[in-house]
Design a protein around this ligand. Structure first.
Ligand code: ZN
Length: 316
């Protein structure tokens, strides 16, 4: 099955540990993606708060983007087929390649308060950005600051408008509720929650409540179900493939529409993976389970890849 996955932190592991994108022993690599039938992997440049506050987050962002570009160049030279998705017309071509990747940023602080930097990062291939991580930046308050009631700043509104204009998906995972609603009101393109689950099933603050899920669906947005144990089950020890199914089924029931949910695994970024998901290879038993629980082939095709490609067609 061809799989589009909206979030992983593999780039951080590759950069910090000098590993290869093609093959490594972490959660995700191209070899395992191709073994399962290929796919499109969103690859996040995650900028840790401490580093972006006390040193240059933009410099660190460039280091990770450089790693991404060098890995793709090396794979191309070795004859491995990893296609970088950059434009609308690439969506027509993407399925002709075994593997594809889309570069994203997790933490809008990466742009150092500069629309010029945002545009340069777009030129380097960034096609989605999480406006905040869980802390505050000059775009908005992250979920850890929800108590302040702070939404998008004036600069944050400019960032959303510029992302809309450029063709960069606005990712609302990690943002505090006030900012979430500001984005829904402000963005002229449908927003994306790359890695968030249903709060009704697991009351973690990073998850989306029913109103947020319904608003994303109504706006034509997309929600990536994440495999982080803490976002699947109140006690992460109980997280397993069945928990992933429950969150998908809940969102399908709530929205009555199977076109707005996908996967946002958070591979290589999760401290508590489900007991039966140890890496990308375990998409295989997960998809078997979803099928056994009665999701139709048509719905599975939408969740695994069609929804992501249709979403990108609206924003790129
Ligand atoms: Zn995250």
């Amino acid at each position: 099955m061809y799989i589009c996955d909206l979030h992983c932190d593999t780039l951080t592991a590759l950069y910090r540990e000098g590993l290869s994108l093609y093959s490594n022993e972490r959660h995700f690599d191209i070899k395992r993606q191709q073994a399962l039938g290929g796919g499109l992997q969103f690859m996040a440049v995650y900028v840790p708060t401490r580093e972006f506050r006390y040193r240059s987050g933009l410099r660190y962002t460039l280091c990770l983007i450089d790693k991404y570009r060098r890995e793709l160049a090396e794979l191309a030279a070795a004859g491995a087929d990893v296609f970088p998705v950059l434009s609308l017309k690439d969506l027509d071509e993407v399925r002709r390649h075994k593997s594809a990747a889309l570069l994203t940023i997790e933490e809008g602080g990466a742009i150092d308060g500069s629309l010029e930097a945002l545009r340069c990062l777009y030129a380097l291939g960034v096609r989605a950005m999480t406006l905040t991580w869980s802390n505050r930046n000059d775009i908005a308050d992250g979920i850890n600051e929800a108590g302040t009631g702070g939404g998008l700043t004036k600069f944050g509104r400019e960032v959303v408008a510029e992302m809309n204009r450029l063709g960069m998906a606005v990712d609302v995972s990690h943002i505090a509720p006030a900012g979430f609603w500001d984005v829904l009101e402000t963005s002229v393109k449908p927003p994306l929650a790359t890695h968030s689950n249903a709060k009704a099933l697991c009351a973690h603050p990073r998850n989306l409540d029913d109103e947020q899920i319904k608003a994303l669906v109504k706006a034509g947005g997309l929600i990536g179900i994440t495999f982080a144990g803490q976002f699947l089950e109140e006690d992460y020890h109980n997280a397993c493939i069945a928990s992933v199914y429950k969150h998908i089924a809940y969102i399908l029931d709530l929205s009555g529409d199977d076109r707005h949910v996908g996967f946002g695994s958070d591979f290589d970024g999760i401290s508590h993976p489900p007991s039966d998901i140890n890496g990308y290879q375990d998409f295989a038993p997960l998809l078997d389970y979803l099928s056994a629980r009665g999701l139709s082939d048509a719905t599975l095709a939408r969740i695994t890849h069609q929804n992501v490609l249709a979403y990108l067609a609206k924003v790129l």
